[in-house]
Ligand binder design. Structure first.
Ligand code: BTN
Length: 250
């Protein structure tokens, strides 16, 4: 039973103990006429979880939040798709911040969430378009919660930081309340405010760090364009990068 205080998100939840990929199931459901905005597909285990750039997404069974949310942001132009990445990463960040109560939760461009500089969540958003607007959006998230010994140098979980087991249903409620809050903010046209909040929590914002493109360089993130391109100040002046063109080095 979901007790979240939401208007439309998560009013219908489909739980599967195991499945191939919640994003694939949600995308499949879009083909049926009775699909509904706010529907969530959640699982304990994925056999073919998908990540960004065609990577696999692997996660311990039963320890983490693995879900996909169906939204219908038909008020958004396709050129504004990046706002969905903004609101989703802000929502995950806010949920985590609630538990760690510190400044450690950051958003990493374009839409990872970091805790103490390690990745705690990955997001995969897949949209269907109708002419120049978005029709449906499937927002997939994998958030490491109770996984122990995550083991990867660059990854972490909420357990690794709080050293206590956390309630998945409670976290789920917080997550969808936060996402609905940001989504309704976007729907009411507050794009500027959302972008400002995203920049405020962005890892590397206004700080020089090392990055790699075809070469290594020092850069300072100074902005993110509406299209999602990352704008940096570098020794060559102001440069902007697309998703696959730049890599963060730690
Ligand atoms: C990434 O960081 O590469 C994105 C990972 C996204 C993983 C989630 S888990 C739930 C949903 N279903 C999938 O197949 N992928 C996303």
């Amino acid at each position: 039973k979901i007790l979240a205080k939401t208007l439309f998100l998560g009013k219908e939840v489909i739980y599967m103990p195991s499945c191939h990929s919640t994003n694939d199931i949600a995308l499949q459901m879009l083909k049926k006429p009775d699909n509904r905005e706010g529907l969530i597909v959640i699982t304990d285990h994925q056999t073919q979880g998908r990540g960004q750039r065609g990577n696999n997404w692997k996660s311990d069974s039963g320890s983490n939040l693995t879900l996909s949310i169906i939204l219908k942001p038909s008020f958004l132009l396709a050129s504004d798709q990046f706002y969905l990445n903004i609101i989703t990463s802000l929502a995950v960040r806010r949920m985590i911040e609630f538990y760690v109560n510190e400044q450690g939760a950051k958003v990493k461009w374009p839409n990872d969430v970091l805790l103490n500089e390690k990745k705690i969540a990955g997001i995969l958003i897949e949209n269907t378009l109708q002419r120049s607007s978005i029709q449906w959006s499937v927002v997939g998230m994998g958030i490491n919660i109770n996984q122990q010994g995550v083991g990867l140098e660059k990854a972490t979980s909420l357990f690794e930081v709080t050293k206590s087991m956390n309630s998945l249903p409670e976290l789920f409620e917080k997550l969808i309340e936060s996402l609905e809050y940001y989504y309704l903010k976007l729907k009411s046209g507050k794009k500027e405010e959302l972008k400002e909040e995203y920049l405020q929590h962005l890892f590397g914002f206004q700080k020089f760090r090392k990055y790699r493109t075809e070469y290594l360089f020092n850069g300072k993130i100074i902005d993110v364009e509406e299209t999602g391109r990352l704008v940096m100040e570098t020794a060559k002046g102001v440069q902007s990068f697309d998703f696959k063109e730049v890599e963060f080095l730690y």
